[in-house]
Write a protein that binds this ligand. Sequence first.
Ligand SMILES: O=C(O)c1cc(C(=O)O)c2c(n1)C(=O)C(=O)c1cc(C(=O)O)[nH]c1-2
Ligand SMILES: [Ca+2]
Length: 706
Amino acid sequence: MPLGAGENWDNPGGDWGESHFSRLETINPGNVSRMGLAWEYDLGTSRVQEATPVVIDGVMYTSGNLGRVYALNAATGEELWTFTPELDMQVNRFACCDQANRGVAVSGDKVMVAALDGRLWALDRATGEPVWSVDTVVDHTRGYTSTGAPEVAGDLVVIGNGGSEYDARGYVTAYNIADGSQAWRFFTIPHDPAEGPQENPELVPALETWSEETRWDIGGGGTAWDAIVYDPKFDQVIVGTGNGGPYPQAVRSPGGGDNLYLNSLVALDRETGRMNWHFQETPQDNWDLTATQPMILTSLDIDGEQRPVILHTPKNGFFFVVDRENGYAHAANPIVRTNWADGFDMEAQRPNITMEDADYSNGPKIVFPGSPGARNWYPAAYDPTRDTYFAHVLDMGNLLFLPGPVDNVERKEKALNAGAAIIFTPDLEAAAATLPPPLRAAVQAQAAWEWVKQKPFESQLRAIDPMTGETKWAVEQLGWQDRNGVLATQSGLVFHGNVAGTVFARDADTGEALWSIETGSTIMAAPMTYMVDGVQYVAVQTGWGGGGWGFVPRYSAAYSKGNANRILVFRLDGGQVAIPEDLPPLQPAPEPPEQFADATPEMIARGAAMFTENCTMCHSNQPRAGLPDLRRMNRGIHGGFQQIVRGGLFVSRGMPQFEDLLSEEDVHAIHAWLISVQGPLRERELELQEKGLPLDTQSLTILSNY
Ligand SMILES: O=C(O)c1cc(C(=O)O)c2c(n1)C(=O)C(=O)c1cc(C(=O)O)[nH]c1-2
Ligand SMILES: [Ca+2]
């Protein structure tokens, strides 16, 4: 079966190999400059958009934030139906990365989506009415979510979960598409052996790679939150598994071994769910180097023999070419600076891990790649006719250190348990200057400090040779937060958007931009292409969000024009895109109420620390962030603070309730801190305003949301 989608684009990856490659050639380098807007559809939201639409027989099916679903006439944009999952918005408390959803699965008369709360919905394809739904979450005392697209595998649909930054233990479940009944479930990591036999036999050998001191109670991680691919040749489902939880192995599994099957590809028999093989990409994970990133299935000529392979570029910085028959890595080349490993041992089939550079249990370490990953969820495309892989690549590290002792770490139920403090390398030189001198000296003494000084990050769209990992061409992107999904077409074009809202068509052989159009809306999601009645279209969803979503980059359209969620569809001889208006300038913070009579410096300091721990994941308090800057609350919000935070006044609007986690005194302390910063902020901003200066000051360090 050759790779490449035709008139239809069957699944978010496009074709059976999920190559994000199209054989359509109507739009080609000779005429691409004539492209313009065919139609647009307003999704009516202003949150993250990561899905690649599906188009079958002239109908587009796609998902938006939370797992909303849209069915549209693919030639006109006319709305056929929409679906909004009913869910308890309390889920926002344990969603690491906004309200992401990466797409729908379509099979027969059903469209399936996994909502953020982990409920899998099957909708009637003609009407959008729910046919069945199942709760995929095994334990609601833990922070499980779903953000990935379900995967169709014959008469089954397979879905995993997110939550390894919280207290989750990973698994995937296969359901019968006909009625939603469960076919099988595969846990990616063992459970506490004291609590009875393991659910699947593969966990028995895996258990050997976890120490006896393992903190099973915290969760362990291994969540399969994105790529799951059905491999028709071997009738198997290949799953990429997630990072360890908590991140530091010294906490998670002290003295442990590889911690199987974290950060692995596992191939599961479609019918039985039994494991055919596994390949661990990052043994003994300490660094959130997940293997959940999208996989592309193809075959390659390897030493004169055609081998069925997976092309995989996970977070960990390597380009893996893995045999689909047995999990053997035919190639494993670094595509960015890596110092958690200094290469891959082909014979041992494992990376050469360099703990001396990367073990931060004995002091801070600068580790490359950082937790956002050399690659992440944003899809790559593979053109088999050029044997070229097109992908956004982020060459960047992070300083990692333990926030406290590794012993007796408490599990925080349904809350962040990642257990590592992170500063990304673009901020590190400036941040280091503010560290206490001994810590600063320790940071600057590391070999990787040179890397930080030379090039804190590199953010590029690249054309890569899969077997060598070599770059054929590269184009700089706008910044490290500018990440882009990609589409490639047989006619020799590569399409992608950027966070400033430009859509590009590039020459696949040179990277040269042959066409671009301004949309005024941030784009991270991958474009896709399809044909209806002889007309070829290219579609892309717009919207900023996902990991680090509270830190909206200055160079993004979301910053200057707001976060419009749209579907934009282009064709030859189309028109211009309506560009949203600029947002009005930022206004000085309103006057805060009087500080509480009982507020003390200790209380305010405690409030600041608790804010960081419990609130900053969503409330970054940065300019133009998607959620309110709580240093700018008005009197009404100040007055209702306890009811909002503990009473759940705004749960339906997305603000979770914290009654179980924060006492009245805790919330009082957080509030006292917010009041204490609002006054000085207001004064500073009034001064800036008087001088005619903009108020857009971001904080130095972008905290990780991963
Ligand atoms: O460990 C997990 O369970 C988990 C889940 C998710 C998610 O579900 O979105 C992300 C991550 N990890 C993660 O590490 C990460 O970098 C990330 C980025 C994004 C995004 O949508 O931008 N999600 C996630
Ligand atoms: Ca993660």
